[in-house]
Design a protein around this ligand. Structure first.
Ligand SMILES: NC(=O)c1ccc[n+]([C@@H]2O[C@H](COP(=O)([O-])OP(=O)(O)OC[C@H]3O[C@@H](n4cnc5c(N)ncnc54)[C@H](OP(=O)(O)O)[C@@H]3O)[C@@H](O)[C@H]2O)c1
Length: 386
């Protein structure tokens, strides 16, 4: 089949995950607009093979192939291969690898000057200044796929940054918005995975239950929109219809609303801000009302205060916040710690960490490794010296 206009060449990192699969849906839905030219996954050889065959992808890589699985012919392996694909000739690299593991391929794409459409908030959190400096040097643009930040981006388009008084990120409140606080210690991974409005990968779903996800998003918003932490707030909107809003100095408020569906921000980012037809379900506000909006309860969700403190502290503190959280989530899902210990472990890691500047990738990766070691030691033994 031939297509009338040049298609945007897309590289997809984390192709086999929740965002990756939805990005594939968008690409398949608009074959005249997008061409998948590269795809990277973690270890799921069968799923990556299916994507490669479905889209005729030129280059694929598995970062950590399962030794028992046989990658398809031509599939490369390892992080260097993933970085080469991230830096290949493309119009946009969609980043959807969970967590800090995305940093090297993201930087490879940025250094190559390619536009990065990123769902992976953890990369900006762990190394926001570094990522932005490298993007400024290469001319790469960073477009967000995170639904709240996509909402803010949409509200801010065409506005004078000086006229913004506050960004408000919305949160559903997750599965424990109303659960008695004295039962938090007994929360199981299965209960934490039961998100009321979004169907997502494991790590972000647990982060949504602790509200660490919103904490990460405060730091992400700070780096994406150059707004001070004091001007970034969080509100609870249990049905996830209001994706976030911006308050302006004249008293105007602009919000972005929609049925929760990640294909909308994915398509908007892949199409470089163009609205493609019929991507998500239609929203009739009369069906969605009343739209309940609540204040955040900081006692119920201490993750928000902790994130804010880490962000304000700056340097490597957000990196430690992120890495300690990733490790604590892994400990919780594998039965090594309780649900209510996730945030405490991150707080303890931040308390034990000596500040440092985050100007090089090596320093960032050292702090990341230290925080992981701290959490592992505190879920299974002594604290490592720094
Ligand atoms: N899901 C959502 O609705 C949503 C919304 C907003 C933001 N986000 C963000 O998007 C990112 C992805 O979330 P998700 O829900 O799509 O996660 P997910 O379903 O767990 O998928 C993660 C993807 O990353 C790959 N991966 C995992 N570890 C890797 C590693 N060490 N090296 C290379 N690839 C690796 C996985 O590959 P294999 O499966 O092959 O191992 C998979 O393709 C997260 O940062 C999340 O916060 C997600």
């Amino acid at each position: 089949m031939t297509y009338p206009t040049p298609r945007r060449r897309v590289v997809l990192l984390g192709a086999t995950g929740s965002i990756g699969r939805q990005a594939c849906d968008v690409i398949a839905r608009f074959p005249d607009r997008f061409e998948l030219v590269g795809a990277v996954a973690g270890r799921d050889a069968a799923a990556l093979d299916a994507i490669a065959r479905r889209f005729g992808v030129a280059r694929t890589a598995l970062v950590h192939p399962d030794p028992s699985a046989v990658p398809h012919v031509g599939c490369a392996t390892g992080i260097d291969a993933a970085c080469e694909i991230a830096a290949m000739d493309a119009d946009v690299v969609c980043v959807a690898i969970t967590g800090a593991a995305a940093i090297r391929p993201t930087l490879a794409a940025i250094d190559a000057g390619v536009t990065v459409a990123s769902a992976t908030k953890e990369v900006l959190v762990m190394a926001g200044d570094l990522v932005k400096a490298r993007a400024a040097a290469s001319g790469a643009r960073i477009i967000t796929i995170d639904s709240e930040h996509s909402a803010l981006w949409q509200c801010l388009r065409g506005e004078d940054p000086a006229s913004v008084s506050r960004l408000v990120l919305t949160a559903s409140g997750g599965p424990f918005l109303r659960r008695p606080l004295d039962t938090f210690a007994s929360i199981t991974p299965a209960e934490a995975m039961a998100h009321p409005t979004w169907n997502m990968g494991t790590k972000i779903t647990i982060d949504s239950a602790t509200m660490m996800n919103k904490g990460l998003e405060i730091i992400e918003a700070h780096f994406l929109f150059d707004v001070p932490y004091a001007s970034i707030d969080v509100a609870i909107q249990p049905t996830s219809i209001i994706h976030s809003w911006v308050e302006f100095r004249d008293g105007a408020v602009i919000a972005q609303l929609g049925v929760p569906d990640m294909r909308v921000p994915i398509a908007l980012a892949l199409a470089d801000g163009e609205r493609l037809p019929g991507v998500g379900p239609r929203l009739d506000l009369r069906d969605a009302s009343p739209l309940e909006v609540l204040a955040l309860d900081g006692n119920r969700f201490p993750a928000i205060g902790l994130a804010r403190a880490a962000g304000e502290r700056g340097g490597l503190a957000p990196c430690v916040f992120n890495a300690a959280n990733e490790e604590a989530v892994a400990a919780f899902t594998s039965g090594q710690c309780r649900f209510d210990e996730i945030v405490s472990l991150v707080g303890a890691a931040l308390g034990a960490f000596d500040d440092g500047d985050a100007s090089t990738l090596e320093r960032v990766l050292d702090a990341d490794a230290w925080a992981r070691g701290f959490v592992r030691a505190n879920t299974a033994g002594a604290v490592p010296a720094r």
